[in-house]
Each structure stands twice: as C-alpha cells, then as structure tokens.
Design a protein around this ligand. Sequence first.
Ligand code: SF4
Length: 948
Amino acid sequence: MDDFKRDGSHLASCPPVEKWDDWVEYDPQAWPKRVTRHYQLIPTICFNCESACGLLAYIDKETGKVAKFEGNPKHPASRGRLCAKGPATINQIHDPDRILYPMKRTGPRGGGQWTRVSWDEVLETFGARIRKAFQEGRGEEVMYHVGRPGHDFIMDRTLQAWGIDGHNSHTNVCSSSARLGYMLWHYADRPSPDHANARFILLLSAHLESGHYFNPHAQRIIDGKMAGAKLAVMDPRLSNTASMADYWMPTYPGTEAAVLLAMAMVILKENRFNAEFVKRWTNWEDLEMDGFKAKGQSFEAVIAALKRHYAGFTPEFAERESGIKSDVIVKIAREIADAGTRFASHLWRGSASGNLGGWQSARALTLLHVLTGSVGTKGGHNLNAWNKFVPRPFAVPPPQKRWNELLYPLEWPLCNHEMSFLLPHFLKENRGRIAAYFTRVFNPVWTYPDGFSWIEMLRDEEKVGLHAALTPTWSETALFADYVLPMGFSSERHDLMSQETHSGRWIGFRQPVLRVLQERHGERFDFTYQANPGEVWEEDEFWINLSWAIDPDGSMGIRQWFESPYRAGKKITVDEYYGWIFENSVPGLPDAAKKEGLTPLQYMRKYGAFEVATDVYKLNETPLSTADLAGSKIEPNGLLTKEGKAVGLMVDGRAVVGYNTPSRKLEIFSKTMADWKWPEFTLPEYYRSHIHRSAQTVSMGKAEEDFDRLHMPVVHWPKDAHGDVYTLLPIFRLPNLIHTRSGNAKSLYEISHKNPLWVNPDDAGKLGNVRTGDLLKVHTEIGFFVLHAWVTEGLTPGVVACSHHLGRWRVNKDEQVERLSSAWVDLKEVGKGQWKMRQIGGVEPYQSPDPDTKRVWWSEAGVHQNLTFPVHPDPVSGMHCWHQMVRVERARPDDRYGDIFVDTNLSFAVYQRWKALARPAPGPGGLRRPLWIPRVVRPEETAYYVKG
Ligand code: SF4
C-alpha cells in the first residue's frame, strides 16, 4: 500500500511472490472507507475444468478464511490469468448447500432421505464388501467411475494395486472419437497445438471461448493473433470464438471431413504440399487403395494415386455437402499452405463427438498437418504426450491380469475408452453385476444420454450392490447412492496435474490451502479433513485408508503399495507420496528447490507449479539410446525391432524413436483398420453422418436410400412425435459453466441460467412464426422435452441447438439439494420404463448463512435435454454420437416449460439398432483389441486374448 503512485506505475497484474506472505489490500466491502486487510497467498490448482490453471488463495489473516481466488503468475500455462470459473471457486467452498459430512441413505434409493455417518463406518463397510469380492474372485464387480479425474496416475495405481480392471470413465461421451482419429495417425490421442507461434489457426468448434484447455489455449490463440496469425472457425453455431475469427465456416453438422479433405485436395492438386516431410515421415510405402499398391512404386506414383483417390473432394462437392462456399474453401486451403509448418489446429468435441464417423474429422484435419509438414514444429501440431508430464511415484504395481468386459466389450474392439454410457444396457443384458460402485465427481444420471436408464440401473440393488458417490456437491446421481461422501474442491485436496497447453512441459500441485497455512504456523494434521470445512475428505487419503481397510494385515498384497517409502510398514502420508515424487521424478525440481534453501515439496507448496521444459518440438527425432539399440535389428523397411516389437526407425542414417505406431511413422494408411474389419477406412475418409440431410429425408418417410457404407439405422419415431425434422446440436458449452461442478456457484448461475433452443429465423417462420420465448416441444426417438425458443441468425438453417450445461433438477425441495442451480421437480414412473418429469418450482430466494441467497433474482434452471436422448455408440470409436434428428413443434396447451417424457423401452431398442453396426472382436490372433493402441489402465498382454 505504501508504493501507491498517482501515475499507476506501482500497479501489477498479480502480487509478486516476495509479498505472498503478507499481501495488503483495501477491503472492498468497507469502501469508501480505506480499511486494509492482510492476506497470506497460497497457490493451488483450479478444478473447474480440465485445464488445471493456477489459483492463488487469498487467506484473510484475521479471520483465517479464504477471501477470494485469483490467478497464480508462477503457473507456466495460465500465467496468472483465469476464466470466470476459476475465481468462482470461492462460491463453491462457501456454498451453503454443499455436503460437509458423509451421508448414508435411510429410505429407498432415490428417496432423498439421509443421515450422517462416520468415516470409519464408510471405510469398514466398503473395505469388507470389496475384500469379500476379491477373496471370491469377483474383482470385476468393483468399479470406479470417474467424471473429471483432476489428477494424474494415482487412481490407475490404486486400481492396479487392487489387481482389478475396474477403471471406468466418462470419455466416450466426451472426446473419444477425436482421440481415435488422432491416435490412428500417431498413437497420441490428443493434439498439442502451438497456437502462440502459428501463422494460421483452424478451430473446429469453439476452443477460444470454451473448448478443451480453454484459458491456456485462449491466451495463446490471442498471442498468435496479436503476432499476425489468421483464425478460422468451423462451427455451425456463431460462437463467441467464431465472432472473433477471420473466417467463420458454419458447416452443416457432420460434413466437416468433406471440407477438410477438399482443402487437402487443393493443396495436393496445386502441389503445395511438403513432399520432403510426407516422404520421410509417413508410411506412404504401405498404401493400398482402389486396386493400387504402393509397394515397389515411386513416391511420385503414390502421390498421383492419392490425387486420384481424393479427386471427388472438389470444393464444389464440399460446398454441396457443407454449405460453405467453394471459393472460401479454396482460399483457406491456400492460406493453410502458406502457413506451412506454422499451421495449428484443434478439434475435440463438436463434429467428432456429434456424428457417426466423427473420428474421421480428426483424421482429415491431421492430413492437412501432414501435407503442410506442420507436425512437431514450432507453430504447428504437436503431440499431447510430448507436453504433458506425468511423474512416477515411488512404486508402481504390476498391470492387472484381468479384462473387464463391462468396460471393453468385444463389440467395439477399437473403442478409444470404456463403453461407459452403455453400462445400464449391459446390465440389462445380464452381462454382469456390480458389488461396489464408486461414482467420483461424476453425475451420469444428468451428464449421460438416456439418464432414466441410469436411474433404473442405480435403484436396482441386484444390479448395483453398494454405491458411493464421491462428490463435493449434491447431484442427480448422488440421489441414487447408498453413501454420499464429501470430497474437497480445488483448495481442499492434493493432486498433481499437467496438461498439453503449449510447447512446454509442466506440473501443477493442487493443495489444501487451509492445512498448508496452519502447518506453516506449526500445527500438525493426520488428515486433511481436520483442516477442511466439516469432514470434507481428500481422495488421496480416502483411497489409502480404504486400501488398508480392504487388506488390514497385508496378506492380500494390497497394503504394501500404500506403505511409506520412508517408514517401513507404516501407512503412507500425502506429504510422503508427493514429497518422494518431487525429490525423485521431476527433473530440475530438486536443484531449483535447493537454490532457495527449500525441499522439493516445500518449493511446490510455495509456488504451486514447476516448468519442466520449454520449446518442446520434434520429439519423434529423438535419437535412440545405446540401451534401446542393444539387441535391436533393422528390418528391410528401416524399422528397428527388438523381440518382434518396433522400438524406432532409421531416418537418414540415424536411429530415432519416431512415432509410437506400428510403422513408427505417421500412418496415412492404417493396416489396423483393415485387420479389424474396416477395410473401407484404411485412409482418412468422409462418409455421411447419421444426421446428414439425406437421412433427414428418409426419417420423414419421403424416400428410401442406402446411407453409404455403414447402413446407419433409420430413426423410428414414437407414435405421438409430430413436427418437422431438424438436426439438434446438444453439446455446446456455455463458457462459464461446466457440467455438475459449477453447480451452485452463485456468480456463475447469475450469469447463465437458461438453455433455450436456438432456432434460425427461417425455421422460426416455418414453425409458425415462432418468436423468442415461445414454448417448443422437441421430440427425440425416445421421448420429448419442452423449452423456450431463442430465434437467432447465429445458426445454420435446418439445425437447432441447446447447451448441455443447464437443466439441473432436484426431488427434495430444500434438504440435500442445490437450490441455486436446480429446478424442483415431480419425477414419476407412470408405466414400466415410462418416466415423466414436471417442474414444480424453479430457483427462488432462500434463507441461508449467505445473505446473497435471499437476493436471487433468477427463476429458471434450464431444461434437462440429455434425459431424452437415446444412446448412439459409434461402431468404430465407441463414442456416443450426440447430434440427432429431432422433430420440433409448438408446445401444446397441456405442455409446460421443463416437461420431459421418456420411454426406456424405446431407448433399449435404439441401443440394439446401433449395436448391430459394430464389427466385433476377436481380431487377428484372437485379440480383443490391437496391442499397439492405448487402453486406460492397461492390463498385462495375456488379458488381451479372448479365451477359448
Ligand atoms: S480454464 Fe477456467 S475453469 Fe478451467 S482451469 Fe482455467 S480457470 Fe479453471
């Protein structure tokens, strides 16, 4: 405060580290009086999306409470900046409706009646149940199902220490389709674009405003733009990102790969591709297509064959498919060619997650990088594994010997992640049961499609024996749990995080700031919950203690993995777990700490993040070490193998690691696809999605047509579904909300609390001059939902859209619910599998310790559209294809805002129709799945073979 200068030269965007122990500010509440307050600033990591930005907790020295969160300037990815959701952490930790103690249900599942229990009871109950399952050889009946992990490796380690194949995740409703497309090229299933150094940036969907790695990427996209890069956005919706772009391409949904391949064809035809790169780094010699075989042919002959293969992808064809003008397609293709090795892009959800075959969008997009030679380059497309840093802990258990077919069933051998959204249908088909089920920061009843099938599964105690919801907030899924276990928000737990945000490599350390503060003042805690509000646990301690409860005497071989590396036979503490990692597994950290006279753990507690490397490019050119080369041999095609497995390749006379694919090159030709029964998809291709305009025609009963090679299922409408057919885009994000985690954050819900149906004015006219605010009824294949219209030109005609971040609901009016973000509903099963929901009340002011809850002025909580969606598993990637055809009509007199009806008998029938598209394992050699492609928590190799 003493440095105040009238010219403002004392101002800084973030407090400097040397002032973090005693940061002084005026109290904004006391203004205009100038009352100073003293804060201790302690870093942690945001948990409100996957980006893992650095937070600084401002702890008021007088009250001992966190007063606010701002950005940590020492964090290499977020650099002191946050989006709206980061500072809103303060709303979450002070939320008057949050869960503070472990709760056990007292009535029937879903009845909403709870009583407080002790953590000891929780650990004993689950420890005994799991021990029995393991002793009886029923390990696959124990399942951990995660929404947002928020940590790296610790759960994989825990499940492998238990010896089970029990990791389930949300990824197949999120990103697995794009991941498959990327993985087929280079093994890495995510890109790491170097936006800051790019000359041209192409985004499929809204990454600048709300996409994956949102704030760190958004900063660097703007850095790139400030340095002269052009930005193009392909998105049917005029997102905030599209509004900032140089080019907006509102493609008809599902046609993106046609546009990308037309751009690739422009670059090929005009001979503007990087021939040297393509020749050196792709497996062009393996190409086989249209009767042409590359073996023994010249590179030039192969390029000519490729041009013939893609000749149909003219700009005019792409215009007919997508609606984007052919001259725009050509112009952008030429600008991408001009950018050359400085072309960056990103695709995560959007077209990949919405469409049957959406994974081809990622493949077609990567083809543009390969043609421009912008893979691994400054300003180009890097691989996530190059930039994400996951250090190893003190001991790593061996991989499990089992394969759980509830996670990776035979029908989808190439699925990128677990087929988690089909679990209720698998259990309905009697493929197994679950003895102990953990849902963790995860709300499948609300987040997944077909939520009523989840309710039917969760309320059935024969199918799901014991269910614990590990969650910081009440949720629609917690309602159907046996135990609700409160877990900490970002400032109440330990985690290690790293993401591929830019061309560097870093780790961030999430930590419980009140515990850290009090320990700095000499207090000691056995457990973090002793310093947290109520009895909010942190998960690391939960899993350590549960593992000891499962194997109290160590006889099952589990406990050993949770014993201290420093104190033989004693239970490991979180300080020891992370301290060991920082001392031994993070290059450069011990030296950096030593320079400041700190231990590595103290360093991370002080700064909250560490930069491991900068300027990481072209790691495919890393030379093989002498140890790697020992015992290897060079195959005729230059591949280096060891014991039959590829370990690298020879490039220009040098032995390098290459990419982690079977050819160790970028695979323009995927033999894997041919070997696993998809010979038509060995190259990047475009085929028409299930919501293509031609499919709409058929769904209206106007024409019969064979939809390409996949023979996609024709929609069967419920008999009372009326109105014209539109394509629904249901998966765009509102920038300030994230699924359930942002629930009850008052400042976020004050900004966003409506999810109306976006309707183009042309369509509004066709629907009978619909105006903004009118009620519309949207019919899906399994039911309907009723919501308000928002008439806007920011959307392609023929398409309607609704954000998936609203529509929270509660069955209790006031108790054990989130009142700031949910509607109070009447939920009824009116016939077998027939569910009706009607809103009784919306959001309204209420009395609580937070005076702001009396000032709530909004009343809507949105409409829960996902409940009315059937499952659509892509036959190749396994991804749920979110886009769908719907019929839209004006609401009828007896329809009310928020009404929902669903028939789960119909949803099971849709599941069967989509399942029939799959081409099941076994593949070559009796494999369940190709050995080379990644799998979450990978079992040992013997488990990959179908027995018998
Ligand atoms: S982008 Fe926003 S929500 Fe995500 S980690 Fe960063 S601050 Fe938190």
